[in-house]
Write a protein that binds this ligand. Sequence first.
Ligand SMILES: [Zn+2]
Length: 283
Amino acid sequence: MPDLRGKIGQILCKLGITPALARRVAHHGRFALVMHGVSPAFDSSLPSSVQPHHTAQEMRLTLSWLKQYFTILTPDQFLNTDHPGVLLTFDDGFANNVDVLLPILEEFDVPAVFFVTVQHVLNPRDWLPATRRLVEQVWRKTENVPETTARNFFDGMTVEQLQTCAHHPLITIGSHTISHPFLSECSLPEMENEISGSKRQLEELAGKPVDLFAYPTGDYDERVLLQVQRAGYRAAFAVDSLKLGALRFEIPRVGLYSSDPPYLGLKLSGLHRPPLYGKILSY
Ligand SMILES: [Zn+2]
């Protein structure tokens, strides 16, 4: 969080403004939240830039804070009802979502959507382009990364882990494409493969229907949105909604990158982004 925003968050929190606003939002509105990997613990021997935004401890703090204010909704409650609360989504399909995060979700008994990149499942060591770039800054080559660090921070989930999640009562699997591209820069056949192909492959691998989608890096345009609709998805999640006229295929999400209460209060107060009201699927 930039310093200025951190300071504003702390002041508004101390004055009781953001907690009061978050409480008000929680009574009427809804947010979809996006997070990513969760490490077992912070490794002080490594730069924070290569580590997941949340440790297990930070995830527990985040969920405690969220549960204090908001109802944690299932995807059906979020999409089909006007029940206030938050939907938890985790992008990319990291192994640590199953090794570290899933037991915490069970501990708090809260549902979540895992948006999985197919490339991760087909080969958990086939890391995402952004991961490779980060890793090469520290270790030069991906092969130089110690085994435990690779597993805790960077690996994708295995097919077995995907199946465990797909059949878990708290988890819904959604698609996050095959190779995590900027979809608006893809040719039409590439786009179709990333959007429809990932749905098909995940359904085969998971043994369950996959009808939710999240745009990698939040990147989409009218062509991409049309492909997502044609592929038969029920809803799609962005970060910033471009408001192209189909809210259920461009649901905005609030990214959480810290477990600090003033930060969470500011992000979910409605000052950072207005909450959603009404049934998403009626749009
Ligand atoms: Zn992603």
